[in-house]
Design a protein around this ligand. Structure first.
Ligand SMILES: Nc1ncnc2c1ncn2[C@@H]1O[C@H](COP(=O)(O)OP(=O)(O)OP(=O)(O)O)[C@@H](O)[C@H]1O
Length: 205
C-alpha cells in the first residue's frame, strides 16, 4: 500500500490550480505539503480523498484506504464525544474507541455533547476520528488549527504511532510538527494561465 500520484492536475471552480504533480508516500512515511495561501493545498487534498475529480493524471491508492480530515470537523453536535466516536466506529466497521479517546485525552469529556466543546476540543475529537477509521492513509488539511501546544504534541504523537504501524500521512500545515517527514513545496506546480492564441487577441489590438 502506498500513495502514488502521477502527473496530476487539479482544479477549483473550473480553473486549473496545480499541474504536473508527481510523488509517492510509502508505508511509515509522512509528507508535509507547503505553499502559500491559495496555492491549492486544499484542492489537492480534496482531489486525493476522492471528494472532487482530478483534471488529469493518476492517483494510485484505494479510496477505501483513505481517511480525510478537513477544516470542518464533521462532528455531530447533539451526540456526546463517546457517541460520536461510536458512530464513526460503526460506519468504519471498527469497535474499539478507547485508543482514540486516550490519544487525544478525551476521557474527561466523553459524556459531554460535542456541541458544548471548545474549538480546540472539537478539533481533538475530529482528529480522534482518524484512529477509529483504522484506515492506513491519512490526508490532513491544517489539522492543528485551534490546538494548543500540548494538543499539537498529542497529534504529533498520534501521527508517529500511525507511521510506526505502517501508516501513511499527507499533511498540509504551516507549522513545524517536529515530525521526521519529507516536505513538498507545491508552489512551483502552480498551473500556468491558459494562453490566448494571437488571433484571439486581434480584436483587441
Ligand atoms: N469554491 C471555490 N470556487 C472557486 N475558486 C475557489 C473556491 N475555493 C477556493 N478557490 C480558489 O482556488 C485556489 C486554491 O484554493 P485552496 O483552498 O486549494 O488553497 P490552499 O493552498 O489550501 O490555501 P490556504 O493555505 O489559504 O488554505 C485559490 O485561488 C482559491 O481562491
Amino acid at each position: 500500500m502506498h500513495l502514488n500520484v502521477q502527473d496530476l492536475s487539479v482544479a477549483r471552480g473550473g480553473i486549473a490550480v496545480l499541474e504536473g504533480l508527481s510523488f509517492t508516500v510509502n508505508p511509515g512515511q509522512a509528507l508535509i505539503l507547503r505553499g502559500p495561501n491559495g496555492i491549492g493545498k486544499t484542492t489537492l487534498l480534496r482531489s486525493l480523498a476522492g471528494l472532487q475529480p482530478a483534471l488529469n493524471g493518476e492517483i494510485n491508492a484505494p479510496n477505501e484506504s483513505i481517511a480525510y480530515a478537513a477544516h470542518s470537523d464533521g462532528i455531530k453536535h447533539v451526540l456526546t464525544v463517546r457517541e460520536n466516536l461510536e458512530f464513526w466506529a460503526d460506519v468504519f466497521g471498527t469497535n474499539d474507541i478507547a485508543p482514540a479517546l486516550n490519544a487525544f485525552e478525551l476521557e474527561p469529556l466523553a459524556n459531554r455533547p460535542a456541541g458544548a466543546l471548545s474549538a480546540g476540543q472539537k478539533r481533538r475529537l475530529g482528529l480522534a476520528r482518524l484512529l477509529v477509521t483504522a484506515r492506513p492513509i491519512w490526508i490532513l488539511d491544517e489539522p492543528t488549527v485551534s490546538l494548543d501546544i500540548h494538543a499539537v504534541e498529542m497529534f504529533a504523537n498520534a501521527i508517529r504511532a500511525h507511521l510506526v504501524g505502517g501508516g501513511i500521512a499527507l499533511i498540509a500545515t504551516h507549522i513545524d510538527l517536529g515530525l521526521e517527514a519529507d516536505i513538498l513545496d507545491i508552489t512551483s506546480f502552480k498551473a500556468k494561465p491558459v494562453a490566448m492564441k494571437d488571433d484571439a487577441m486581434e480584436g483587441f489590438l
